[in-house]
Design a protein around this ligand. Structure first.
Ligand code: ADP
Ligand code: MG
Length: 322
């Protein structure tokens, strides 16, 4: 990309996109951003790349793509218990398309505003469409939600509903039977795929109450397995307890449960809570979370009712290198 168009593009679409935070001493425009973290907090940082044709369809709506690119990163902060603060954006574009850039940057801005998060820098290059966002958030040292902190006897919870994004993907691929689905069901599934809600508000309500969490990007079983491995524990999951949206409940039961267990892209939180405090907190969260099982001794991951695993022939989530 030539320098003039690169600089004017940054100025037009990214320089003043997001809220001005007091802890940003110098934002976009110099060689580095200068940032002032709170003295008593840790920085939590994470990066995720979305590649055209791998993570999204090349023709996806640009507003939704911008929003999702930030959402998946905010979701990582939520899964750690960190409060979003700053992010950077590395953008590789095949061409400069002003309509596309306008919509894409608006998608980012709307979500960034909701989470009072500021875009403080980035990089802009020409090539096959790819979006990398790095987020940074703040966190008290003793409050982090760690994958290695689940304990035998903990209850296992998930937020929201599971499997909707996976059904949305099947819908886009023309692989979902539309028999019982209305237009609004179909829109709901597409929205769940393309506009995930990162659970940062819930995460802030869980601070100090839970020790272990992960966000569900690759599928419940695959992501829960990361907690089990890191914590050296097992789990028992009641598949009848999995939270399914009204739309997913219109699919054949086996398909719905399989999607809820194995499909990615929901960006819900999966976390564990000590059994003695779980009831009170669950009530306080008023329907945002559902108990789906319990942490058991290492290493088994068991699904109830008996034979669910064999009957559904479930496999772990998406692995880029398998
Ligand atoms: P340098 O050559 O020093 O890396 P660049 O020309 O890449 O600087 O970028 C100029 C300024 O614009 C920097 O402050 C950089 O962080 C910012 N920037 C570049 N691309 C983006 C982008 N896509 N979003 C936000 N800021 C960007
Ligand atoms: Mg650069």
């Amino acid at each position: 990309m030539n320098q003039t168009s690169e600089f004017s593009l940054i100025k037009a679409y990214f320089s003043a996109l997001t809220p001005d935070r007091d802890d940003v001493l110098l934002g976009i425009g110099d060689d580095c951003a200068l940032l002032k973290p709170p003295a008593d907090q840790l920085l939590a940082t994470s990066v995720d790349t979305l590649v055209s044709g791998v993570h999204f369809f090349a023709d996806v709506d640009a507003y939704r793509l911008g929003q999702k690119a930030l959402a998946v990163n905010l979701s990582d902060l939520a899964a750690m218990g960190a409060t979003p603060a700053w992010f950077t954006l590395a953008l590789t574009l095949p061409e400069v398309n002003n309509d596309w850039l306008k919509a894409f940057s608006a998608g980012i801005a709307d979500l960034a505003n909701q989470h009072h998060s500021q875009l403080v820098g980035g990089d802009t290059t020409r090539g096959p469409l790819a979006i990398t966002i790095q987020v940074t958030g703040f966190l008290a040292a003793d409050k982090a939600f760690r994958r290695d902190a689940a304990k035998v006897g903990d209850k296992i919870y998930v937020s929201g509903t599971l499997g909707d994004a996976g059904a949305g993907l099947l819908l886009k691929q023309g692989k979902l039977s539309l028999a019982n689905l209305t237009e609004s069901d179909q829109q709901f599934l597409l929205d769940r795929l393309e506009l995930p809600t990162p659970r940062n508000v819930l995460a802030s309500q869980l601070l100090g109450e839970i020790q272990s969490a992960i966000d569900i990007s690759d599928g419940l079983l695959a992501d829960l397995q990361h907690i089990l491995t890191a914590s050296q524990v097992g789990a028992i999951i009641d598949t009848n307890a999995l939270p399914l949206s009204a739309t997913l409940q219109k699919l054949p039961a086996e398909q719905a449960i399989k999607l809820a267990l194995t499909a990615g892209d929901d960006y819900e939180l999966c976390f564990t809570m000590p059994a003695n405090t779980a009831g009170v907190l669950e009530a306080a969260l008023g329907g945002q979370v559902t108990c789906i099982g319990e942490i058991t001794e290492f290493p088994s991951l068991k699904l109830l009712p008996e034979n669910t695993q064999q009957n559904l022939d479930v496999k772990p989530g998406y692995d880029h290198f398998s």
